[in-house]
Design a protein around this ligand. Structure first.
Ligand code: GLV
Ligand code: MG
Length: 297
């Protein structure tokens, strides 16, 4: 937990669910509360994963964590979400706890993990289930078990001709974007296989994902690299934004050529998301971009 607090990850979640042995679950709550309080999380999003809402632990997890560390917490992560009711339960329980313990009502967010057949089937209703919902996250390990995939790790062990998770990742992305929330890919279990991690992360990034879980410090840099636009793409986005602004505001044209490419309002929207992601990752336009005025005709 100390390493996580000092890492270059954007978010840290402390786990009370599957990384925590059943006999240790009650003790783990106190450790998580202490860690939330003790460490300097350096601006990271701080999240605790509680147990599934149908388990014997979820209610106590939620109450103990919020009552004793609610002021140090950004979100609750809910695993194995199967329907909107699972999120409604957490939403209302949080509202009661916030009111009784003096936190701003609605201030604690929710991240929903979709990791079984029913959850995927109801991804759309889950995505719209609460104004607290900030993120849909894929759980490939539980999902593989739920679907009875013939795999002993996360991934394509039977050489299926294609990406076995493509449909899942795409469906979750559509549901999350429809609801205007983030979408995050889950873990890659082979922690020493950095190239395998990079490949899996790249597939999620290509589908517009905002990020991917990391299980080990060695996965952090590759994740940050994959989800940060390249300098060339960032610079191109800046050129498109400038050319479009000039076209619409000075020339009063909605569509213009930039090199061999036509750009219009849709191009502006595509460029804007590269620009926003790049700025969030600390990129700035290359000096050459700032000197040369964007060429458009
Ligand atoms: C994560 O929780 C997973 O099941 O992959
Ligand atoms: Mg899981």
């Amino acid at each position: 937990m100390e390493k996580a607090a000092a890492s270059a990850a954007d978010e840290v979640f402390l786990d009370l669910e599957d990384a925590c042995a059943p006999l240790e679950k009650p003790n783990a709550r106190a450790k998580v509360i202490e860690a939330l309080r003790a460490h300097d999380w350096q601006g990271k999003t701080r999240v605790v994963r509680i147990n599934q809402v149908t388990s014997q632990w979820a209610f106590d997890d939620l109450r103990d964590i919020v009552v004793q560390a609610g002021d140090t917490l950004d979100c609750i992560m809910v695993p194995k979400v199967r329907n909107a009711g699972d999120i409604a339960f957490v939403d209302r329980a949080l509202l009661q706890l916030e009111q009784v313990h003096g936190f701003e009502p609605g201030s604690i967010g929710i991240e929903a993990q979709i990791e079984d057949a029913e959850g995927l089937m109801r991804a759309e209703e889950i995505a719209f289930s609460s104004t607290r919902l900030e993120t849909l996250t894929y759980g490939p390990a539980d999902f593989s078990a739920s679907l009875q995939l013939p795999s002993l790790t996360v991934g394509n062990t039977y050489n299926y001709p294609g990406d076995i998770f493509h449909y899942v990742l795409f469906k979750l992305a559509v549901a999350a974007r429809a609801a205007g929330i983030q979408v995050i890919d889950g873990p890659y279990l082979l922690i020493r296989d950095v190239e395998g991690f990079r490949e899996a992360a790249s597939r999620a990034a290509a589908l517009g994902y905002d990020g991917k879980w990391v299980l080990h410090p060695g996965q952090i840099d590759p994740a940050n690299e994959v989800f940060t636009p390249s300098q060339a793409d960032f610079d191109k986005a800046v050129r498109i934004l400038e050319a479009y602004k000039h076209a619409t505001e000075v020339e009063r044209k909605g569509a213009v050529m930039m090199g061999d490419e036509m750009i219009d309002e849709a191009s502006r929207k595509m460029a804007q998301q590269f620009y926003s992601r790049g700025v969030a990752a600390g990129l700035a336009p290359s000096p050459a971009e700032l000197e040369e005025p964007a060429a458009a005709s």
